[in-house]
Write a protein that binds this ligand. Structure first.
Ligand SMILES: Cc1cc2nc3c(=O)[nH]c(=O)nc-3n(C[C@H](O)[C@H](O)[C@H](O)COP(=O)(O)OP(=O)(O)OC[C@H]3O[C@@H](n4cnc5c(N)ncnc54)[C@H](O)[C@@H]3O)c2cc1C
Length: 301
């Protein structure tokens, strides 16, 4: 049988959103393509092209230093620039698509570079066309962003305002550097550092369920939270997992993290299969209790 492109190559950025349950049979290519350049500048905006092997957080710091706003809420997300559009990375009320202009991607069949704009990328919540129908068919080579020279800050989400207040900063007067530092502080206090305890961040996506399903659950579990989306109600996966008794539970060398139920961790020596088995057990118990099927955010090999 002739191998398809997604069986021939696997592109690896920082490897921070992957779980290997077996050896990969094809060629693994570690992306190290670097470079950042201004492609256009107006009074309001800077259009910045970054090559896909650049470290994401370093790009954020590069922009913050120059007071170019738009990605400061995405500080400290591990990984590379090229992987960022793959799942439309998001955190603290901002998603990549907000600043995205276009990307260049190598078509692995024709070996031609093609340009994708925002519409062609079909961004969704932790989704893009490259994770779905074009999976394995393109290598993302560069990404162009539109950054604001008179940045508006986004402090509404999570504990950003609280952290700013603790630092003696009135949130309406905060700059993007303050926001970036607040986000870094929150992330460092809440998320396990993958350099110390192996993890891929949130293992599951927050499920979006039908309104009628949510209303039914709300009568049974009045404390359940739901956030209206264009296609239904988004429910926090961490809460569902916690209700099923998984939060902080250790299973062999793996487990759900004590402060972040959504993060599955490798306490040392866990195989990919062990982590995947735990993930499946969690999916099953959430399905049994709430009738909701959790989907992994992590890429499983
Ligand atoms: C502690 C922690 C916290 C996290 N927090 C967040 C968060 O807040 N928000 C969020 O959205 N994500 C978060 N993540 C997930 C992760 O950081 C992102 O998904 C990130 O974009 C992955 O980058 P990477 O370079 O490590 O990708 P990898 O894990 O190397 O690859 C991910 C996928 O993209 C493909 N890929 C990578 N580069 C390319 C390329 N150039 N062209 C084509 N395909 C490519 C890979 O084949 C794979 O399928 C977190 C992860 C960790 C460990």
């Amino acid at each position: 049988m002739v191998a398809t492109h997604n069986e021939l190559f696997l592109f690896l950025g920082g490897g921070s959103n992957m779980l290997f349950t077996k050896d990969y049979e094809g060629l693994v290519l570690k992306n190290n393509i670097k470079g950042i350049q201004i492609v256009e500048e107006t009074d309001e905006h800077v259009f910045l092209k970054a090559y896909s092997g650049e470290n994401w957080h370093e790009l954020v710091l590069y922009c913050v230093e120059r007071n170019w706003g738009g990605i400061e809420n995405l500080s400290l997300i591990p990984g590379t620039v090229g992987a960022a559009p793959m799942q439309n990375i998001g955190a603290y009320g901002v998603e990549l698509e907000k600043v995205f202009v276009s990307l260049e991607a190598l078509n692995l069949e024709t070996l031609e570079l093609e340009i994708f704009d925002e519409v062609q990328c079909e961004f969704g919540y932790r989704e893009s066309v490259f994770k779905r129908k074009l999976k394995g068919q393109y290598f993302i080579y560069s990404v162009t962003f539109r950054l604001d020279k008179q940045p508006e800050i986004h402090a509404e989400y999570g504990d950003i305002k609280t952290i700013l207040a603790e630092e003696g900063i009135e949130w309406t007067k905060a700059g993007i550097k303050d926001i970036s530092q607040a986000v870094i502080q929150i992330r460092q206090s809440k998320l396990p550092d993958p350099k110390q305890i192996g993890n891929s961040g949130s293992f599951f996506k927050n499920p979006v369920i039908e309104q009628s399903h949510f209303i039914g659950l709300k009568t049974q579990y009045p404390e359940i939270k739901g956030f209206e989306q264009y296609n239904g109600i988004k429910v926090p996966a961490a809460w569902l997992i916690e209700q099923c008794g998984w939060k902080g539970k250790k299973v062999g060398h793996t487990g759900s993290h004590a402060t972040q139920a959504l993060v599955l961790v490798n306490y040392g020596g866990a195989t990919g299969n062990e982590v995947w088995q735990l993930a499946q057990d969690i999916i099953q118990s959430v399905s049994d209790k709430f009738g909701i099927k959790l989907e992994p955010e992590v890429n499983i090999i």
